[in-house]
Design a protein around this ligand. Structure first.
Ligand SMILES: *Cc1c(COP(=O)(O)O)cnc(C)c1O
Length: 358
């Protein structure tokens, strides 16, 4: 249990009037959570303070060697005005898996969830009201040692910032075109693919930019060894419905274990679908499309929930999916998950964690 000292701002910012213009991650709430780590002492000085910049020495290790991890989650406002989180324990556990791989100190999962609840409670008025809008929560941790030696740092800062964000789909769920990346890779066995670390993103940006220049909204990543098997799309997991069955890459170290992915697999199994977590060759996906068996393709992640795919381009071949429209199952998954998250459907799975007013 953390002892969190709260210092409220004396100069609250004006809240956005037009929630339709929020976008994603552009403005931030009034406060932030901070906590520092010192080797030998552990985590200390848990506090909520007014949001704002902090000073760091140019030789701080995170600037040079990228010892940084993060999480991404949301707070939702229900029609009754309650504020709630979706499976925050999953984010806490994944945070610790990332921390372990990057040689960073873990945070007890109950402390992680307590910190998230505390900052969301202090800034609860920042949770948007409009349909599909939510408060995006970004916990992260950086190495704060000063010096250029390469070793695990002895000092870290953990922070949580919050950004009111608009509905991902302002115009409804618009299916996207995806470029299957056959040159660059995102992950390889033994590397950091299963962690949420900034370095993974740094290494992926160029391929994303090139795909965008060619009119695609994301790249589909293949495995880093043979460039043969599908892994993820942009910063989402990806699922394929082929001849009635659902295929997705297994979480064996190169794929990020998404909370949305995991929740969707549970729902699909409840609904009687066969879900196959394993290797799926891109050649087999294209063949299924040729044979008319590639029924639906969608990305999954906290930001978008699901993102329907209408086209895959691989080595000059093009697969068209669902006639360019969102698939029936993709839509049902979207409606069910968002229904649970925004409290419109009953939470029969115990996924919802309320943020009580303190
Ligand atoms: C965050 C992330 C996902 C999705 O995870 P969720 O927990 O569902 O938001 C998928 N792939 C990558 C690379 C990610 O960073």
């Amino acid at each position: 249990m953390l002892d969190i000292k709260i210092t409220r701002t004396t100069a609250p910012k004006a809240k956005p009037q037009d929630e339709s213009k929020l976008g994603f991650g552009k403005i931030f709430s009034d406060h932030m959570f901070l906590m520092d780590y010192t080797e030998g002492e552990g985590w200390h000085d848990a506090r909520i303070v007014p949001y704002g910049p902090w000073e760091m020495d140019p030789a701080t290790t995170v600037f040079h060697y990228a010892q940084e991890i993060f999480e991404g989650m949301k707070a939702y406002r229900t029609a009754e005005g309650k504020i709630q989180l979706f499976r925050p324990d999953c984010n806490a556990n994944r945070y610790n898996d990332s921390a372990d791989r990057l040689g960073m100190p873990p945070i007890p999962p109950e402390d992680f969830v307590q910190a998230v609840k505390a900052i969301v409670d202090v800034d609860r008025d920042w949770v948007p009201h409009s349909d599909g809008a939510s408060l995006y929560i970004r916990p992260f941790c950086i190495a704060t040692d000063v010096g250029l030696g390469v070793h695990a740092a002895k000092h870290y800062r953990f922070a949580i910032i919050c950004s009111p964000s608009g509905a991902y789909y302002a115009e409804g769920l618009d299916p996207v075109r995806i470029y299957v990346e056959d040159e660059y890779i995102r992950a390889a066995p033994g590397l950091t693919g299963f962690t949420k670390c900034g370095g993974n993103y740094a290494a992926s940006i160029k391929a994303g930019e090139l795909a965008e220049e060619r009119g695609f909204s994301q790249v589909l990543w293949l495995d880093g060894v043979e460039k043969k098997y599908v892994e993820e799309v942009g910063s989402m997991n990806i699922m394929f419905k082929i001849d009635g069955k659902i295929y997705t890459a297994a979480c064996t170290g190169t794929v990020l274990p998404g909370v949305t992915r995991r929740s969707i697999i549970e729902l699909l199994k409840d609904w009687g679908y066969e879900v196959i977590e394993g290797k799926l060759a891109i050649a087999d996906v294209m063949k299924a499309a040729d044979e008319g068996k590639l029924e639906e393709v969608f990305g999954t992640g906290t930001a978008a929930v699901v993102s329907p795919v209408k086209e895959l381009d691989w080595e000059g071949k093009v697969a068209h999916i669902s006639g360019g429209k969102i698939g029936e199952l993709t839509q049902k998954l979207y409606d069910t998950l968002t229904g649970i998250q925004w409290g419109k459907l009953p939470d029969t799975k115990g996924w919802i964690v309320p943020v009580e007013e303190q």
